[in-house]
Design a protein around this ligand. Structure first.
Ligand code: PNS
Length: 167
């Protein structure tokens, strides 16, 4: 029997909304770590399209069959939250070289703040490399097709929001 502490990873982000690229990274992470906590940043300066409750519910719904995945919200410094959760790893997705500069800066700042916390970059399936929450919202709002780029539950909720707005 192994006496090793469980490997807990945090996958932080806004997830407004969760995309198929995020789902791909979470699935990959859940095969590597004992627990991957999808941590939604509560940002008081931004008005999200999906409330924190909606975003948590979406993640729980998509990963209901996966006991390695948890969804939570956090505010404040990510490194403090990671410490509170006994996490040793931060997971971030890298889609393209354009992501690198911002991610590199964040990873090094987090290392400066918490040297024991390691950032691990994971690449989603190449079919999702152009997908971002921002573009999903823009394309959907302008009448474009997002099927397959977000989980079906997100597509349904986007349609419901659009319908409610038209009333
Ligand atoms: O999905 P995003 O918006 O790219 O995620 C950014 C996130 C949530 C990872 C980042 O903004 C963050 O960690 N915020 C928490 C505050 C913090 O710790 N800031 C210093 C980061 S080096």
């Amino acid at each position: 029997m192994s006496s090793q502490a469980p490997r807990i990873a945090i996958y932080p982000g806004s997830f407004d909304p969760l995309t198929s690229g995020h789902v791909d990274i979470i699935e990959r992470g859940s095969r590597i770590f004992d627990k991957i906590i999808v941590a939604i940043l509560i940002n008081a300066e931004k008005v999200p399209l999906f409330s924190e409750e909606e975003r948590i519910a979406i993640i729980k719904d998509v990963f209901k069959g996966n006991k390695h995945v948890q969804a939570e919200t956090f505010n404040g410094l990510l490194v403090d939250y990671a410490q509170e959760k006994n996490a040793t790893v931060l997971v971030r997705g890298l889609r393209a070289v354009s992501d690198f500069e911002y991610e590199f800066q964040m990873a090094l700042m987090n290392r400066h703040l918490a040297p024991g916390l390691e950032t691990v970059f994971m690449m989603p399936d190449e079919k999702y490399t152009f997908v971002s929450s921002r573009l999903i919202k823009e394309v959907f709002t302008l009448g474009g097709e997002v099927a397959g780029l977000v989980p079906p539950v997100v597509e349904q909720k986007l349609r419901a929001k659009q319908k409610a707005k038209r009333k």
